[in-house]
Design a protein around this ligand. Structure first.
Ligand code: UDP
Length: 254
């Protein structure tokens, strides 16, 4: 991010308005979600979004440890985002870092807005997000998968959170940045959205945008979240309506 020029003058958008992977500016990467991919978690979801592969698992509500963290009035939604060492080209140093702590925090906050935490005092709802393959947009992919995993765990929620980023590349506002667009682009705006309440639960911005570009990007991300929301609901419907013994092959957009 930050407008670094691409090597050899390669453009992120060609003369036909197409991006490096052939997408139009307002086009999402292909998205597939499978609810209940893990047997031993209380709820889970596996997501493939472009070249991102993410697993989300939910445990709880269960007694919150250490006890001094307990809230006598509500549950804590504790998200643990982790990027596997093998998820990126340059091996990532294993273990938590500032970036994973930041993503865990913003994801926990977004999910706390939708879970009826007051139903489960003194407990913790633990959400594990494991990024197995990363290609930009993993915080949005993680939040989208985690919402489905929470619903799969049967945790009462106001609604699902759908998440998607918009951004700016070659002075053009585009949807759902890929890896090169994230690295060499000018701005990135990850958004988490609840369609039913028309409410934003996550909003970040990296880079520079004019006020108009920001509004265009935000609207683009919100419209995309509505499509992602349909894919999330569809994943849950498939899991809970498939005949016993039949496995899900994942639905999706594109
Ligand atoms: N990335 C990486 N190594 C790292 C962290 C990130 O290669 O240690 C890549 C990865 O593909 C990630 C992208 O950079 O998806 C963008 O990271 P960012 O922090 O913007 O978060 P994201 O877009 O994944 O939500």
């Amino acid at each position: 991010m930050g407008g670094t020029p691409l090597p050899d003058g390669i453009k992120l958008i060609d003369e036909n308005g197409k991006r490096l992977d052939g997408r139009r500016p307002d086009e999402l990467r292909p998205l597939k979600i499978e609810a209940g991919a893990l047997k031993r978690a209380n709820g889970s979801a596996y997501l493939e979004w472009g070249n991102n592969k993410v697993m989300a698992a939910v445990y709880g509500p269960r007694e919150c440890h250490p006890r001094h963290m307990q809230d006598p009035t509500k549950a804590l939604v504790q998200c643990h985002y982790n990027m596997a060492s093998f998820s990126v080209d340059d091996r990532k140093r294993p273990g938590p870092d500032r970036r994973s702590q930041e993503i865990s925090k913003i994801t926990s906050e977004a999910l706390t807005h939708v879970v009826f935490t007051e139903y489960f005092p003194k407990t913790s709802i633990d959400v594990y997000i494991e990024v197995l393959q990363a290609n930009a947009g993993t915080r949005c992919a993680g939040l989208t998968a985690a919402s489905v995993a929470l619903a799969d765990a049967g945790i009462p929620m106001r609604d699902l959170v759908a998440s998607c980023a918009a951004g700016k590349i070659d002075d053009t506002v585009v949807l759902d940045l890929g890896k090169e667009e994230d690295n060499f682009g000018q701005a990135d705006i990850p958004v988490g959205y609840i369609p039913r309440d028309d409410e934003i639960v996550l909003l970040q911005m990296d880079g520079d945008l004019t006020a108009d570009q920001f509004k265009t990007g935000l609207n683009m991300a919100i419209e995309a979240c509505k499509k992602i929301y349909d894919v999330q609901r569809d994943a849950l419907k498939r899991k809970y309506t498939l005949p016993a013994g039949k496995t899900d092959e994942g639905g999706g957009v594109n």
